[in-house]
Design a protein around this ligand. Structure first.
Ligand code: TRP
Ligand code: SF4
Length: 343
C-alpha cells in the first residue's frame, strides 16, 4: 500500500491522480519464470484498468554497459517478443523504447536542477551495484543519475502506479521525493507514484538462489518442454531428504516455492503430508508441479512461435508505441517548461 501523508501535511492542495501505470525493464534478453511472476503477469493485469506505458529501458542499460553496448539491440528484440508472447498487448498499452522518446532525457535534465546529490548518493542500489559490478567503472555522472532518469521515465507520463520488483522501491521513493519537490517549487504538476509489488514474486532458481541469468539457474519462457522438465527435475530440494526414507519439510524446499505458485490447495496439502512422512519421492512430488509449469508455458511458447513468423514485427510495435508515447510526453513537457519558466 502507498504511504499516505497525514491529513494536515496535505495542506489545501489536491494530489494529482492519473490512473496511469508506467514500468520499464532493462533489455536483459530471454525472460524467465522470475520475470513472469515478478513483473510481467502484473503488468498484463493493469492493461485494461489503467492507461499503461511499458518500455525498454535502453538508456538505463547504457549506464552500466556503456563500454560494450553491443548486446542491447538483440536483447531488446527478444525481451519484447517475450512480452508480447506473455500477453502485453500493443492495442491496450503503449510499448516502446525509452531512447525513442527524448522527452525522458529533457525531464531528467530539468529534474537534475532540483535533486540534491546526497539524495542520489543515499539510494541503496547506488553503492550496492558499484560493489557488485566492481569490474566496471560506475563512478560516472550517468550512473549516479540512474534513479533520477527512472523518476523522469515515470513522471513524464504522470505515472501514479509503478509495478516493479521489491528491489526497485527505493527508486520509486526517490521519484516521490523529486515529484514533491517539483510540485512545491512550481505548483502541482506530478502525482507522487506508488510502487506496486507482487507477493508471489520470489521465484527461486534451480539451485535455490534467486532466479537470475547471471547465476545460470533460470527456467526460460522459451525453453522447450523437455528442457523445462529436466531443469525442474534437477532443482534442489530440502537437503535433509538424502534418500527416500528421510522425512522432509516443504518449508525448507526451494522446489516447493514453485508448488506454492502453481499447485492447487489439495495438491499442496497432499504433497506436504507425503513429504513429511517420507511417503513420496522428490521426483514424483515435483512432477505434480512440473505439469502445471508446462501447461502455463505452452501457450506462451505457441504465441512466441507465431509472432516470430512476422519479421519486423517488434520494430513496428516499438515504433508505433514511441509515436503514442511522444504525444503524451510532449504534453507534460510543455506544461513543465511553462511552470519552470523556460522555452
Ligand atoms: N530500474 C528498473 C529495473 O532495473 C527499470 C526501469 C527503468 C524502470 N525506468 C523505470 C522501472 C521506470 C519502473 C519505472 O528493473
Ligand atoms: Fe521438496 Fe517435494 Fe522433495 Fe519434499 S518431497 S523435499 S516438498 S520436492
Amino acid at each position: 500500500m502507498p504511504k499516505h501523508k497525514k491529513k494536515d501535511e496535505r495542506s489545501a492542495r489536491e494530489p494529482v491522480v492519473t490512473n496511469t501505470v508506467v514500468s520499464g525493464s532493462r533489455p536483459t534478453g530471454d525472460l524467465h519464470l522470475g520475470h513472469l511472476h515478478g513483473a510481467l503477469r502484473n503488468w498484463c493485469k493493469f492493461q485494461d484498468a489503467y492507461s499503461s506505458y511499458f518500455f525498454v529501458a535502453d538508456w538505463h542499460a547504457l549506464t552500466t554497459e556503456y563500454a560494450d553496448p553491443s548486446g542491447i539491440q538483440e536483447s531488446t528484440q527478444s525481451m519484447v517478443l517475450d512480452w508480447l508472447a506473455v500477453g502485453l498487448d500493443p492495442e491496450r498499452s503503449v510499448i516502446f523504447r525509452q531512447s525513442a522518446v527524448s522527452e525522458h532525457a529533457e525531464l531528467h535534465l530539468i529534474l537534475s536542477m532540483i535533486v540534491p546529490v546526497p539524495l542520489l548518493e543515499r539510494v541503496p542500489t547506488y553503492k550496492e551495484q558499484q560493489q557488485q559490478l566492481s569490474g566496471k567503472d560506475l563512478s560516472t555522472y550517468g550512473f549516479l543519475g540512474y534513479p533520477l532518469l527512472q523518476a523522469a521515465d515515470i513522471l513524464v507520463y504522470k505515472g501514479d502506479r509503478v509495478p516493479v520488483g521489491e528491489d526497485q522501491l527505493p527508486h520509486v521513493e526517490l521519484t516521490r521525493a523529486v515529484a514533491r519537490k517539483f510540485n512545491n517549487l512550481y505548483g502541482e504538476v506530478f502525482p507522487e507514484p506508488s510502487g506496486e509489488i507482487v507477493r508471489a514474486a520470489k521465484v527461486p532458481g534451480t539451485d535455490g538462489r534467486k532466479m537470475s541469468k547471471s547465476y545460470g539457474n533460470t527456467v526460460n519462457l522459451r525453453d522447450d518442454p523437455e528442457t523445462v522438465h529436466n531443469k525442474l527435475a534437477r532443482m534442489v530440494t530440502d537437503p535433509a531428504r538424502k534418500r527416500l526414507a528421510d522425512a522432509g519439510d516443504p518449508a525448507l524446499c526451494p522446489a516447493f516455492r514453485l508448488h506454492e505458485i502453481y499447485c492447487t490447495e489439495e495438491e499442496k496439502a497432499e504433497l506436504t503430508e507425503a513429504c513429511k512422512s517420507a511417503s513420496i519421492g522428490c521426483l514424483d512430488c515435483k512432477k505434480v508441479m512440473i505439469k502445471h509449469v508446462l501447461e502455463d508455458l505452452d501457450p506462451i511458447r505457441e504465441r512466441r512461435t507465431a509472432l516470430e513468423a512476422s519479421p519486423g514485427l517488434i520494430d513496428e510495435v516499438l515504433d508505433a508505441g514511441a509515436k503514442k508515447a511522444r504525444v503524451a510526453a510532449a504534453e507534460t513537457m510543455a506544461e513543465v517548461r511553462k511552470r519552470v519558466g523556460v522555452k
